[in-house]
Design a protein around this ligand. Structure first.
Ligand code: UD1
Length: 433
């Protein structure tokens, strides 16, 4: 397994190009299953999660064409997806286990073909991650759902029908799945308490370009008038707000100055307000964001994760690491996932002062210095928090299990080296030599 070796202490300065959003791209890819026409996605990030989902679609009979492309002079990928006729309606365990978002095939395939077999994803490091909201909404739309041998078997005789659905939790995944399913349903579907994350707005834009009739974008009530069929579209994936927020913290924690090119500051207002109240200077431009912490003494702030536009749970670990270098105490409260402080024991091994109370809260006290250590995390964002701590720690930090980072951070070492970090990847094969 690859590792990252980091020598801490360098102030990071320069520009980082923000890639297309992973969590937008994944449902967009699955939306292509709703039509026999070609759906083309530009500004796609090069990530292992995208490769995993592509391989699931390939085994379902989708033709995928890949092109090298450029956005603002930076290399990206464009993918075209054509599912003339699906040859398999089964999402096997080995795919779903690796890539939870494989469950986004459920809504589109059920709406188009009336049958799907999807391995249940099961829990993961950050929490139980149930699918009950997705499944009960599909039942309300007329589907028969049965769980057999670890698989969801979903069937519908004819077309799904419109329904008035109230989500008990504003789930991102369920909102995407039900939105996609409802585009081809007979009649009108209304989702109350829908999630409002920007990635959902991006999905609505693509679906409407494909001929869907969805209103209520950016609100918690979505109305979808079903249509008979959808057609081809070309769509540019929005910039990744979590990647941008992560590199904003890299600037702040090293007391440097980074311009995040292609970042969409409108989607980052809550984390940016926290950075500002800590003492970081933020300049919002049309197509970029400048995060300047040079010469600043940062002050700790409390954060509590929440549904969008609240503070994103996917930035909690990174901000917690930042609070370690700020003056005073900060309370970090996690409300979305029940087990999302796994970075804490690893950070403590680097000299952090953190007290976790129950599953939901941690008191973080600023420390004089962190010291490098071999560390590892069990999820993507926690792994980035360890990289951040390594960037300011004295000496060498080895971050193990880099495959977590490869799922969600495109060209991580290259981007960090470009702004002055001393970081390198130790390949498994190098290690063996
Ligand atoms: C998505 C993101 C993930 C992020 C999360 C919250 C993707 C691929 N992943 O995950 O990075 O951390 O949103 O912003 O976009 N829940 C239920 N029943 C369900 C579904 C969810 O109880 O059927 C609960 C979950 O346990 C959790 C909460 O709802 O406590 C939010 O989950 P959800 O928004 O569905 O997260 P994901 O879509 O899985």
């Amino acid at each position: 397994m690859d590792k990252l070796k980091i020598h801490g202490g360098n102030q990071l300065n320069g520009k980082i190009f923000i890639s297309g959003a992973k969590n937008a791209a994944l449902p967009l890819i699955c939306a292509s299953l709703l039509t026999k026409d070609t759906v083309t996605l530009t500004n796609m990030p090069m990530l292992s999660d995208i490769k995993s989902l592509n391989s699931l679609l390939l085994q379902m009979g989708t033709k995928i064409d890949e092109f090298d492309d450029f956005v603002d002079g930076h290399p990206t990928k464009t993918y075209s997806y054509t599912t003339l006729e699906a040859t398999s309606l089964i999402a096997p365990y080995d795919y779903v286990r690796k890539m939870r978002a494989s469950y986004y095939v459920l809504g589109p395939l059920l709406a188009r073909y009336g049958h799907v077999e999807l391995s249940l994803p099961g829990g993961c490091a950050i929490g139980a991650r149930p699918m009950d909201i997705h499944l009960s909404a599909l039942e309300q739309m007329g589907a028969t759902i049965e769980i057999k041998n670890g698989y969801v078997h979903a069937d519908i005789n004819g077309r799904l029908h419109g329904a008035d659905i109230i989500f008990k939790v504003a789930s991102v995944g369920a909102t995407c799945n039900i939105l996609m399913a409802a585009t081809l349903a007979d009649g009108t579907t209304r989702i109350e308490n829908a999630a409002k994350e920007p990635e959902i707005g991006d999905l609505i834009d693509l679906l409407n370009d494909m001929g869907a009739k969805i209103s209520g974008r950016d609100t918690s009530t979505l109305t979808i008038e079903g249509v008979e069929s959808l057609h081809k579209a070309i769509h540019k994936v929005i910039p990744d707000r979590i990647e941008a927020g992560s590199y904003a913290v890299a600037a702040a924690i090293t007391r440097g100055c980074i311009e995040l090119v292609n970042a969409q500051s409108s989607t980052l207002q809550t984390p940016l307000s926290i950075l500002r109240s800590m003492g970081v200077e933020i300049t919002e431009k049309d197509n970029s964001l400048i995060v300047d912490a040079r010469g600043k003494k940062l002050v700790g702030q409390d954060i509590m994760t929440d549904f969008y536009p609240g503070f994103p749970t996917d930035l909690q670990a990174q901000f917690l690491a930042l609070m370690l270098t700020a003056e005073g105490a900060s309370m970090v409260t996690e409300t979305i996932w029940e087990n999302r402080f796994m970075h804490v024991p690893e950070l403590m091994r680097m000299g952090a002062n953190i007290n976790v109370h129950g599953h939901a809260s941690a008191i973080v006290r600023g420390v004089e210095k962190l010291s490098g250590a071999p560390v590892m995390a069990t999820d993507l964002r926690a792994s980035f928090a360890l990289v951040l701590a390594g960037l300011v720690a004295e000496g060498e930090t080895i971050v193990n299990r880099v495959y977590h980072l490869d799922r969600g951070y495109e060209k991580l070492e290259e981007k960090l080296r470009g702004v002055g970090a001393d970081i390198e990847r130790i390949k498994e094969s190098d290690e063996a030599e």
